[in-house]
Design a protein around this ligand. Structure first.
Ligand code: HEM
Length: 240
């Protein structure tokens, strides 16, 4: 399935590029903005099909952004001191900011497609999808902005940590969003949609189980002196 392939490449790239990403994050944010603009230009029919094919998958279907969010999520379940944790924890906030920027192209294009329907009668499924989409937009803007170092420095640590807990709600709503988008085709027996539902459910389901297990283990090993702070320290979109 496409998403699992994108996820594998995103994991490898996150590890391989962690040093330059840590050193020059703004350059990577710039590249993400360029990807958004290129996708939007492509939607207007100004790019060749060979370019639009991969762009539609990575940007139009938001798979690159989602794959980076999944990497950010899973950093919270790796054993502290493990290779993966040491590699990715220092660039966690940078990865989440890039994922937020990359999602903007997808959100802008599809929100614009909902706009003409506003004011006219909408089915309950469209209203549901729209409510989830608006909640995703708001959460993404708040979590993305507060992941920026200079914004974080201007906030009280406790308020910042409390706010970043909304990242769990964000991930939950992303899953709901994916199911809302795929359920109609999957219920008609569409093979690609069924495979996508299975892949997303596996990735999000495994995360939920592993994250709860990690929190339980942390408490059991006596790291629970400040369990809340410790757990919050692993909130998905947090800075290192
Ligand atoms: C304003 C917020 C959003 C709106 C209006 C929106 C809208 C949509 C729509 C209409 C589709 C179906 C596209 C198609 O079938 O070609 C879709 C698919 C998708 N969305 Fe969103 N979306 C939003 C936010 C997000 C966010 C924040 C993420 C994750 C980071 C996300 C991830 C995806 C993915 C991965 C798909 C493709 C699912 C698949 O076909 O496998 N979306 N979205």
């Amino acid at each position: 399935m496409d998403f699992l392939l994108v996820l594998a490449v995103a994991c490898a790239a996150s590890v391989a590029l962690r040093h330059p990403l840590h050193k020059w994050p703004v350059a990577f944010y710039g590249l993400a903005v360029v990807a958004d603009v290129t996708y939007i230009v492509g939607i207007e029919g100004l790019l060749p099909r060979a370019v639009m094919g991969p762009l539609t998958l990575l940007m139009g279907k938001c798979m690159l952004s989602l794959a980076l969010f999944v990497v950010v999520m899973y950093v919270g379940v790796f054993v502290k001191g493990s290779r993966a944790h040491q590699w990715l924890k220092p660039v966690r906030s940078e990865l989440s900011i890039i994922a937020c920027i990359l999602a903007c192209g997808h959100m802008a294009v599809y929100l614009a497609s909902y706009a003409p329907r506003l004011g006219s009668a909408m089915g309950s499924n469209v209203v549901g999808a729209l409510v989830v989409a608006v909640a995703l937009l708001v959460l993404l803007l708040v979590l993305g902005t507060t992941s920026l170092g200079f914004v974080k420095r201007h906030m009280r640590t406790e308020s910042w940590k409390r706010l970043q807990r909304w990242a769990y709600v964000f991930f939950g709503l992303v899953y709901v969003h994916l199911m809302l988008m795929l359920a109609p085709a999957a219920s008609r027996g569409g093979e690609a949609a069924v495979a996508s539902v299975a892949a997303y459910t596996m990735v999000f389901g495994a995360y939920a189980v592993l994250r709860v297990r990690r929190a339980t283990l942390d408490r059991g090993t006596g790291h629970g002196a400040a369990p809340m702070a410790r757990e919050l320290d692993d909130a998905p979109a947090t800075c290192a």
